[in-house]
Design a protein around this ligand. Sequence first.
Ligand code: FCB
Length: 431
Amino acid sequence: MAESLIFPPEFVFGVATSAYQTEGDIENDWSEWERAGKLKEAQARCGRGVDHWKRFDEDLSLTRDVGATAFRISLEWARIEPERGRFDEAAIDGYRQRLLKMKAAGIRPVVTLHHFTHPTWFHRETPWHEPACLDAFRRYAKVCAGIMDKLDPLVITFNEPMVLMLGGYLQGVIPPGVNNGKLAGLAIANIARAHMVAREEILARLGKAEIGISQNVLAFAPDRWWHPLDRALTHLASQNYNHAFLDALCTGKLRIGMPGLAAIKADLPGRDGIEFVGVNYYTRAHLRFVPKKPYIEFKYRDVHKRGLTHIGWEDYPEGFGQMLLEVKRYGLPVWITENGIDDRVGDRRPGYLYSHWKQMLEAKQRGVDLRGYLYWSLLDNFEWLEGWGPRFGLYHVDFKTLERKPTPACEYFRRAAHSRKLEAPVALATL
Ligand code: FCB
């Protein structure tokens, strides 16, 4: 009989979204990228998203209905500053109103300033590899601080900076589509500095705030457990991909060293730059050394025969526990800022929640200062590289009519959030 889970009363259950993936009708670097036919499916467009900009009130009720008391949204820089130096008051007020409505509904705003996307002028005028990006981000952060003022938000400056660097500046598979190790190094160092700069602006306005980033963490493992080079890669990836950026924000020193990439070494203007560690965990990756550039082969393997999730990722809750124990080293509160499953049928999600929550509670017992869990995502939405195939939502969205319908996981999530005690879902209970 699978054991019941008991959640402490102060533990926060919430849900996560991002602007571009949900709001609709946003002109930014991603919409340009799509029109240039650069997605896997050249025809895919985010377009009206799931119309979250107009249906915010309805979506806020859905958030309440699953018992969530925190709601992660992102501010879309392209809406707020559509032309360099011109700030759109209607967009700014629109976001402010949203945060006020959350507060009024007893829901704590979790606000991301940067979730992968940029205004269309950004890469042309003040790209991340140029020092001018810092002033641009500072001005934007100052406006964001005004939007969040007096609302006690949890603030995430950057979502998954390493993903932005690897995808956008090394592999060139997401905007800005650069493939250049030197520029990648300059960019990631400036992103770390931009965090510090944004932090200054936010603290100046809000006085006190909880500020962090969302770090994508992967449980790395050697593809051939016995192979010294696979093992060395695993070790390197874990330090450089999972930890180097967080280390930089804590110590003021950014140090990244990966095979095939010139060492990145940069100093930041300050240290102790985060109040919490935001963890985005989805899966494990097996690494294999290959004797030609980029020297790493990356695979998702179904080691435990649980079935890869629909997007092709390993379902590996044990890695979640492992990652949470790893981030204990920062000695800071930890928020799960994303975790979820692409389940296109909807029957697997409760089991996924159970197994991941079990790991989370075990990590908590082992001293990880876990404060809350934000499920990715409240709603099905546009997935960056895959377009409209994946379904991560607690709520199913009919992409034609935009109607939202609860999946079985809504009831399961609500039970955890409300009763604080949870049995394994029926399919797992007999294991
Ligand atoms: C994360 C992203 C989020 C979403 C999930 C599935 O890496 O931060 O926007 O796409 O993956």
